[in-house]
Design a protein around this ligand. Structure first.
Ligand SMILES: Nc1ncnc2c1ncn2[C@@H]1O[C@H](COP(=O)(O)OP(=O)(O)OP(=O)(O)O)[C@@H](O)[C@H]1O
Length: 241
C-alpha cells in the first residue's frame, strides 16, 4: 500500500477545526476506475454522520480509507491531529484495534465463538484480562438487549440479534469512531430500526462518532448530518441541492 502524503496537496482544504477524523483531497484508483476523486470529509467526536450516494460512487472506499483499512493514493487523513499517512502499518492496525470499531452488513462474527466471546474478542486482542473482558461483554450484551444469546453461536441467532452483538463488539473497547457499512442492509425494517436506535443511543452516550454508510433515508435519519458521495467526491447534504 502506498502512504498518503503528510501535508495537504495544493487546493485541498485543511482539516476543519476540532474534527476528530478528517480527510482532505482523498484519491483512490483501482486500475482505470477512480473510486475517490478528491474527497474531503470530517467528523467530530460524538457525531453521527450518514454517508449516502448512488451505487459505485465511492462510499465504501471512503469508509475503508477513513478507517485505515485502505491507504489512499494521495490526500491526507488526520486522526486527532495525527496524519495517518505517517503511521507504519503496525501502528495503524494498533490504532484500528483501540480507537475504531466496525459493524458490517452481515455481522461477520466468528462462527466458532459464542456471542459473548465474540464481544470479548477485541478486548482480549488488546490484552485485557479474560474476566474483565467477559464482564464487559456481558454488560454490553445486556445493553443491546441480547443477553439471551450470550452462550449461543452466531449460527444460532437471528439476523437482528447478530447485528446487536456486532454493535456490542464495535463499542466494547470504548472506540472513538465506529464505522458502519450498511449495518441494517440485511434486516427487516423493524429490526433495522431497533439496531439503529441502539447503535446511535449507545454511541452518543459513549461520545463515540459513527460513520454510517447507507442507501436508506430512514437509516440516515438517525444521523446528525448527511454527506452525499458522487463520482468520488463528498458534499454536505444541505449544500448539495
Ligand atoms: N477492490 C476493488 N477493486 C476494483 N475496483 C473497486 C474495488 N473497490 C471498489 N472498486 C470500484 O470503485 C468504485 C467505487 O466503489 P465503492 O464500493 O466505494 O462504491 P459504493 O458507493 O460503496 O458502492 P455500493 O453502494 O454499490 O456499495 C466502483 O466503481 C467499484 O467498482
Amino acid at each position: 500500500m502506498s502512504a498518503a502524503s503528510p501535508s495537504p496537496p495544493a487546493g485541498t482544504a485543511p482539516a476543519p477545526a476540532g474534527s476528530l477524523l478528517a480527510a482532505a483531497g482523498l484519491r483512490k484508483t483501482y486500475g482505470r476506475t477512480t473510486a475517490l476523486d478528491g474527497a474531503d470529509f470530517s467528523i467530530h467526536a460524538g457525531e453521527v454522520v450518514a454517508v449516502m450516494g448512488p451505487s459505485g460512487s465511492g462510499k465504501s472506499t471512503l469508509l475503508h480509507c477513513l478507517a485505515g483499512v485502505v491507504r489512499p493514493d494521495s490526500g491526507t487523513l488526520t486522526y486527532q491531529g495525527t496524519p495517518l499517512g505517517d503511521l507504519s502499518d503496525q501502528r495503524l492496525s494498533a490504532l484500528r484495534r483501540t480507537e475504531f470499531g466496525f459493524v458490517f452488513q452481515f455481522g461477520r462474527l466468528v462462527p466458532e465463538l459464542t456471542c459473548a466471546e465474540n464481544v470479548a474478542l477485541p478486548l482480549r486482542l488488546n490484552g485485557v484480562r479474560r474476566r474483565t473482558a467477559e464482564a464487559a461483554a456481558t454488560a454490553w450484551l445486556e445493553r443491546l438487549e441480547v443477553d439471551d444469546v450470550h452462550d449461543k453461536r452466531p449460527g444460532e441467532v437471528s439476523g437482528g440479534q447478530g447485528q446487536r452483538v456486532a454493535v456490542a463488539r464495535a463499542l466494547v473497547t470504548g472506540a472513538r469512531v465506529v464505522f458502519a457499512d450498511e449495518p441494517t442492509g440485511a434486516l427487516d425494517s423493524l429490526n433495522g430500526e431497533r439496531v439503529m436506535e441502539l447503535l446511535t443511543e449507545s454511541a452518543r452516550a459513549a461520545g463515540t462518532a459513527v460513520v454510517l454508510v447507507t442507501h436508506e433515508n430512514r437509516v440516515a435519519a438517525y444521523s446528525d448530518r448527511e454527506v452525499v458521495v458522487r463520482d468520488g467526491r463528498c458534499r454536505d447534504m444541505e449544500r448539495y441541492v
